[in-house]
Ligand binder design. Structure first.
Ligand SMILES: N[C@@H](CCC(=O)N[C@@H](CS)C(=O)NCC(=O)O)C(=O)O
Ligand code: FES
Length: 126
């Protein structure tokens, strides 16, 4: 009985989210993978980062229920996708889109040492 409980405990041990979110400068929790997003909201986030030429780590929450639910508790945000920059929660699809449109995304990326390809393209035009 003790042994079975111990095994159950180990197998359900929560992932260390503070580690996961800071493995790369940009980390995205999404449905599907960047090459094949399984939801329009996740797809939008991927497309935005692609436009800026940003490489990111991603976790497919559809493959892992513990991550799907756990990340929501960790960030206190109820939905997927979730974007982290420098280990800090930034937001979901709506927030990223808004930051993309306002130019704030370029600024946030700059703060962590990433130069947006969109900014480079703008500079080359002028
Ligand atoms: N307005 C949200 C859209 C994301 C959203 O509504 N996600 C839903 C549907 S994909 C979700 O994650 N539901 C909970 C779940 O599927 O675990 C945003 O800005 O990110
Ligand atoms: S999976 Fe249905 S809205 Fe995202």
């Amino acid at each position: 009985m003790m042994a079975r409980q111990a095994v159950r405990f180990l197998s359900t041990e929560a992932p260390d989210f503070s580690k996961l979110v800071s493995k790369n400068k940009v980390v995205v929790f999404m449905k599907g993978v960047p090459e094949a997003p399984k939801c329009g909201f996740s797809n939008a986030v991927v497309q935005i980062f692609n436009m800026h030429g940003v490489k990111f780590d991603s976790y497919n929450v559809l493959e892992d229920e513990q991550i799907r639910q756990g990340i929501k508790e960790f960030s206190n945000w109820p939905t997927i996708p979730q974007v982290f920059i420098n280990g800090e929660f930034v937001g979901g699809c709506d927030i990223l889109l808004q930051m993309h449109k306002s130019g704030d995304l370029i600024e946030e990326l700059k703060k962590v040492g990433i130069e947006s390809e969109l900014l480079k393209a703008e500079k080359e035009k002028s």
